[in-house]
Design a protein. Structure first.
Length: 406
């Protein structure tokens, strides 16, 4: 019988790992749930763990997920059975990978599994938020309502993700373009100028800046392969460091302290925290389970740790607002509004109001960040590429000045 390496989270939020003998991964999931563990990752022992790649390239976009949830909500509201609805949606789904997944979900439901258990087998497509809300909808008999909330939540989450990704992509692409342009100049253009100056017999009388750039070009050609190797090593080391708990905390904490960028990340995390929590609570998911899911959805380990700290205090019978205030990560307004929501018994509605406000604040923060970054980027690129060109034209300007003086 094959052995399976599993990773799961218990009710207190602690990560547990182990090995189970089972025929299929479905049996492993069932055994873990019987032990009141929430499965995170399951793979056959000896298999290479490529979960990080599958999480990056799921093949199912937010748009596919929104279309599925909205259409499924309509089908359930119309009174059609789950299996029939899944069969209809899988047959008309354009995304082949998603179509295959829905077909497998349909088979699981036909064999007697609940919809939430069937979806749980595909964690890279249906995350904890999705699965737990579906489970709450099944238990409360309001699956169509929950599906509608899920679709709205995914749309809002996707909007913020695109905003942040678009804002960060522009400066990164421009900076990379600048380095590539400088590398091409050092590799191809500068040697041409150096050969021309040498043929003119003026190599010794060149300005200091020109000599420096020519020497830099000669050395660059020699060490370029080593530069590429060093970059690969740095990127790999960063990735491995980021996968450790200490590294993730250190990097996420550093990102939050970066001017402009940190402000965007923090407001995005607050919007994601409140929107996800509000959606889960409104769908009937218990507060402790909701906090556990939210901690994994905020996208920043520093903020996630604050959420888990609040979860521990809630499990002890305390309020949520006090531990959030103690963490000093969440803005005072957010803490106060959550406190009001707790006291009035409308925490889900208050969380959604906070999310509405901070989603608009993300737009403002991104605009402010871009207005600060653009001048620095232009100066950097202009100084890098322009400096190389000016240093090459300095001898020509000097020569032209001498001819004019004569």
């Amino acid at each position: 019988m094959p052995e399976w390496v599993w990773e799961a989270r218990n009710r207190s939020g602690e990560i547990r790992k182990g090995i189970i003998e089972a025929e299929t991964d479905k049996v492993v999931f069932d055994k873990l749930r019987l032990q009141q563990l929430i499965p995170i990752r399951v793979r056959k022992k000896g298999a290479v763990d490529l979960s990080f790649l599958s999480s990056l390239f799921t093949g199912v976009s937010d748009k596919d997920l929104v279309i599925f949830t909205r259409q499924f909500a309509t089908i359930i509201d119309a009174g059609l059975p789950l299996v029939t609805g899944l069969e209809i949606l899988s047959s008309q789904m354009e995304n082949k990978k998603f179509r295959k997944i829905l077909s497998e979900v349909k088979i699981e439901v036909e064999s007697g599994s609940t919809l939430s258990d069937a979806l749980r087998r595909f964690p890279n497509v249906f995350d904890d938020l999705f699965v737990n809300m579906i489970a709450a909808g099944e238990a409360g008999g309001v699956l169509d309502t929950v599906l509608g909330r899920l679709a709205t939540h995914i749309e809002k989450r996707s909007k913020i993700k695109k905003q942040v990704k678009g804002a960060l992509t522009y400066p990164i692409v421009v900076i990379i373009f600048g380095f590539v342009a400088a590398a091409i100049m050092l590799w191809k253009v500068i040697p041409t100028f150096a050969a021309m100056f040498e043929s003119m017999g003026s190599a010794e009388s060149l300005p200091a800046a020109t000599k420096f750039v020519i020497n830099l070009s000669h050395n660059f050609i020699k060490v370029a392969p080593w530069i590429v190797l060093v970059i690969v090593i740095i990127v790999t080391a960063f990735y491995l460091f980021r996968r450790t708990e200490f590294g993730r905390l250190a990097i996420d904490n550093f990102v939050l302290m970066i001017p402009a960028i940190g402000n965007v990340i923090k407001k995005t995390a607050v919007a994601r925290f409140t929107r996800t929590l509000g959606t889960l609570l409104a769908s009937g998911v218990p507060i402790l389970d909701s906090m556990d899911i939210v901690a994994r959805a905020v996208g920043n380990s520093v903020i996630a740790r604050s959420v888990m700290f609040a979860r521990e205090r809630i499990s002890e019978g305390k309020s949520m607002s006090d531990p959030l205030a103690q963490s000093k990560v969440f803005p005072g307004m957010v803490v106060q509004m959550i406190s009001v929501g707790e006291q009035s018994g409308s925490l889900d509605q208050m969380c959604n109001k906070i999310a509405d406000f901070y989603e608009e604040e993300v737009d403002v923060a991104i605009a402010a960040m871009m207005s600060l970054l653009e001048p620095f980027i232009m100066v950097f690129i202009g100084g890098l590429v322009g400096g190389l060109m000016v240093s090459m034209y300095l001898p020509i300007f000097t020569l032209a000045g001498g001819i004019k003086a004569e």
